[in-house]
Structures are given as structure tokens and as C-alpha cells.
Ligand binder design. Structure first.
Ligand SMILES: Cc1ncc(COP(=O)(O)O)c(C=O)c1O
Length: 393
């Protein structure tokens, strides 16, 4: 009855099972260092403005527009202009989520069986998105060294061939925090050009750079002379994933952009997935996002400083250039999943094992930096209490 593409291996892993049991047992004592839901962080939104915006009187009139309402697309262009990035509103396509953006773009660019190059480590949803669009993932590597995480161009050259329709980059990458330097972007562009593949740049965390002023240097919008699609959305930009508005900004040679927009128009018109009340509220949502982001950035910076001061002995903190996560090397006497389970059992702290993001090294943990500083500090104190004694034991 069912398609092969949905024949997923669905058994829960040991950590998920143990987590559920231990979460119930720990109750309120549990500290969740995997937290990724921005709506429960205790960072205040501009509630009055958001509620007023959502009650826009035109919300009750339906005007179907494949790329979204003009005023909303202009508001997205204005969001970029405030960051020094020029993009015309007619090169912006509104979608419901970034996952939907990926799906539209896979449909636009790839035939069944074609490949999409993806970074490793990275965001764990790629495999499902690829399966749903009948495309294959071809991983390339990010490697960690003295200069932090850098793109391994040899592995990218190996990953890309005549079937490759797109190369995905995530900037800053989740969870490594990697961004591409100018030289690296030029190299990436030359590879994409040589293989006639597009660039898909996931920029959902771009407002959370360690140096926010570098936004303009980091986005692919308007940059490379290959067809490129920069994706972002209010899930991370405004901390409102429940509102379901994301976008694709299309750049590159005019003829290719024109053709891409014409085809995307039909894809988007088939779904018309963005809801009118939220589209109407987008100008206010994006304005109200700025102070909210500033508070979250301050929190991330504080939590990172706490980690820098705390991590010592057999553990080390990896360098990062932005994003919501930190990666910590723990003693290789155990694998990351075993560590995560032990930390949960003994210390009642939930932390991600690196393998969930396809980290190659066996003992790296990934912690979210977005929770309240006192909770974060207590959680990390417990994690390090558990991991630091490992070598002595
Ligand atoms: C790198 C990256 N891209 C996209 C998303 C999903 O964004 P959206 O909620 O807009 O689908 C996430 C969510 O965590 C993410 O980490």
C-alpha cells in the first residue's frame, strides 16, 4: 500500500527510550541542554505589537499570490536592506517553513535519483527532505582544526559529479557554527559553476553571528554568479516557529533567475501555503524581531563565556563563529551516546550526542546555548562533573 520512500526505519534509539523514561522520573529536576524551542525561553516578545499585527483587518480577505503578498515580500527585502544587503522584493518567495523551501528547491532543480551535496556534520533533517523528493544526498565534510571548522574542498570535489544539482551550505552551520570566508566562497562558487549546480544557502541562523556586522559578508544574496537560493525565516529570525513563514531569496545570472522564478511560481501556486494573517503581520514581526534577537544574542554570548570559563581538563570547547550551539569534546573513553545516557542517568541533564549531527569523532557533545544563563551554567556544571572524572576513574 505504501511508497518505498516512506519506508523509514522508525525504531526509537536507546537514548530516546531512556530519555523518555528518565525525563518522566526526573520531572522538574531535568535540565534540557538540547532546548531548541525559542518560544519557551522566557525572552519577552513585543506581545502588544505582535497581537495587534495579527489582528490586521485585511487578514479576512484572501488574495492568492504564489510568492506571497507584495507588502510582506517588501518587508523581507527591507529586513535585508537594514543589514546592508540589497535584494529586490520580486526575487523573494514566501513559503511556510524552511523545510518547505528545501522541498520546493529540490523539486525545482533535481530529477529522481539526482544528487544534492550536503555538509557533514549538519542539520539532521536533510535525509528525510531528500527521501521525500526522491533525491540522493552526497555528503562532503567540514573538518575541525586549529582554525576551527573549515570546509574540506577535496571532499566536496569528490562529492560532486554530473548528477549533482545543488550544493547546500548552512551559514552559520548547525551545530558547528561554521561560516565561509571570502576565498572559500569563491572556491565553492567555482565548483558549483563547473558542475552547473545551484547553491542552496541555509541562512536561518545568520542573525546569530558572533560578529553580527558580518551578516552582509556571510549571506549568499547577490554574491555568486551562479544560481543561488538563500533561505531563512521567522522561526529563527523572530523566534516564532509556530507562525510558519520562511522565504527564499533568489540570486545569480538574470536569465537563470528569471527561469527559476517562472518555475517556482507554478510550484508555489500549487500549494499557496502561507497564511494571510501571518503574512499581513510580517512587517511588524520583522521589526519586533530586532530587540528580541539582541536579547538572545546576549544570552548566547553569556552562555558561551560560561562554557569557556568552565571547560577544562580532559574536555575542550570547539571554536564557533555563530549559531545556537556549542560542541564539547569529552574523553574518548566512551562514545558520545554512552556519555549522553550516563549524563542523563547520573546528572539528570539532557545533552545531544554528536552522532545525531553526523559528527565523525566518537565523543563530542552538542549543547544548546539559548536557555537562561543560570539553568545553562547548572546544566554544564553537572555535565562536566560527569565527564571530567572519567580519566581518573
Ligand atoms: C539549519 C536549519 N535549517 C532549517 C531549520 C528549520 O527551520 P524552519 O522552522 O523554518 O523549517 C532548522 C531548525 O532547527 C535548522 O537548524
Amino acid at each position: 500500500v505504501f511508497s518505498k520512500r516512506t519506508d523509514w526505519h522508525r525504531s526509537e534509539n536507546a537514548l530516546t527510550k531512556a530519555t523518555e523514561a528518565l525525563k518522566a522520573e526526573a520531572g522538574s529536576a531535568l535540565i534540557d541542554l538540547t532546548a531548541s524551542n525559542p518560544t519557551v525561553l522566557g525572552i519577552e516578545y513585543d506581545t502588544a505589537r505582535l497581537f495587534q499585527a495579527l489582528a490586521h483587518r485585511d487578514a479576512l480577505t484572501y488574495r492568492p499570490r504564489p510568492f506571497g503578498l507584495e507588502a510582506s515580500r517588501h518587508a523581507v527585502a527591507k529586513y535585508y536592506a537594514r543589514r546592508g544587503v540589497e535584494i529586490s522584493a520580486d526575487r523573494i518567495v514566501l513559503v511556510a517553513t524552511t523545510s518547505e523551501a528545501y522541498t520546493f528547491l529540490f523539486r525545482l532543480l533535481a530529477n529522481p535519483g539526482d544528487t544534492i551535496a550536503v555538509p557533514r556534520p549538519s542539520y539532521p533533517l536533510f535525509q528525510f527532505l531528500a527521501d521525500l523528493s526522491d533525491v540522493q544526498l552526497s555528503p562532503y565534510h567540514l573538518r575541525y582544526g586549529d582554525e576551527g571548522w573549515r570546509l574540506d574542498f577535496d571532499s566536496l570535489e569528490e562529492a560532486v559529479d554530473s548528477l549533482t544539482r545543488a550544493i547546500i551550505t548552512v551559514t552559520p552551520n548547525n551545530p558547528t557554527g561554521t561560516c565561509l570566508e571570502k576565498k572559500e566562497r569563491a572556491h565553492l562558487t567555482s565548483i558549483a559553476k563547473a558542475h552547473e549546480s545551484a547553491l542552496l544557502s541555509d541562512e536561518v541562523f545568520l542573525d546569530y553571528l558572533d560578529v553580527p556586522e558580518r551578516f552582509k559578508d556571510r549571506t549568499l544574496i547577490g554574491g555568486p554568479d551562479v544560481l543561488s537560493f538563500s533561505m531563512s525565516g521567522i522561526s529563527k529570525v523572530a523566534g516564532l516557529p509556530q507562525m510558519k513563514v520562511s522565504w527564499i531569496a533568489v540570486s545569480g545570472p538574470d536569465d537563470l533567475v528569471k527561469e527559476a522564478m517562472a518555475r517556482l511560481e507554478i510550484i508555489a501556486d500549487t500549494f499557496l501555503s502561507v497564511s494571510t494573517p501571518v503574512m499581513r503581520a510580517i512587517p511588524d514581526i520583522l521589526d519586533a524581531a530586532e530587540p528580541w534577537q539582541a536579547k538572545l544574542r546576549a544570552r548566547i554570548a553569556e552562555n558561551r563565556r560560561t562554557l569557556e570559563a568552565m571547560v577544562a581538563g580532559p574536555c575542550t570547547l570547539r571554536k564557533s563563529e555563530g549559531g545556537w550551539y556549542a560542541m564539547i569534546d569529552v574523553p574518548a573513553v566512551k562514545e558520545d551516546e554512552t556519555w549522553a545516557l550516563e549524563i542523563l542517568e547520573k546528572e539528570k541533564v539532557l545533552i545531544h550526542p554528536g552522532y545525531l549531527f553526523d559528527v565523525e569523532e566518537p565523543s563530542v557533545l552538542v549543547a544548546s546555548l539559548i536557555m537562561a544563563p543560570e539553568v545553562f551554567a547548572e546544566g554544564m556544571k553537572r555535565v562536566l562533573r560527569c565527564t571530567n572524572v572519567a580519566e581518573i576513574r
